[in-house]
Design a protein around this ligand. Structure first.
Ligand SMILES: [Zn+2]
Ligand SMILES: [Zn+2]
Length: 104
């Protein structure tokens, strides 16, 4: 791998960090002790990159969030960045308030 390359796809395409972040986000795999950022290569393979321990991935947009960055941990949605929490989190909150009302 050349300097700056973080991942090489099985099709041979190398990606540096900036190129990796531009790939379509496919999800996060949170296993025992390791987190994987999954992206789709233009050859249609899904490739995984191991994440640094301090990094969380927004499950809404795939942005990497550092330890100090604002994020929301949803019960089912996982980690969301601020803009994603605003678009999806608000809905979640409203649903919860409605559910908490006692049945008439
Ligand atoms: Zn590929
Ligand atoms: Zn986001």
């Amino acid at each position: 791998m050349s300097a700056g390359t973080v991942k090489v796809c099985s099709c041979g395409r190398p990606f540096d960090h900036a190129q990796w972040m531009k790939l379509p986000f496919a999800g996060v795999l949170d296993g025992d002790g390791e987190k994987l950022d999954l992206r789709n290569c233009s050859c249609h393979s899904t490739i995984a990159l191991e994440l640094p321990e301090s990094v969380s991935v927004c499950t809404g947009c795939g942005r990497w969030l550092g330890a100090g960055e604002p994020k929301v941990c949803g019960e089912t949605s996982g980690v969301l960045c601020d803009p994603c929490a605003e678009t999806t989190g608000v809905v979640v909150r409203i649903v919860r308030i409605i559910r908490r009302r006692p049945a008439a």
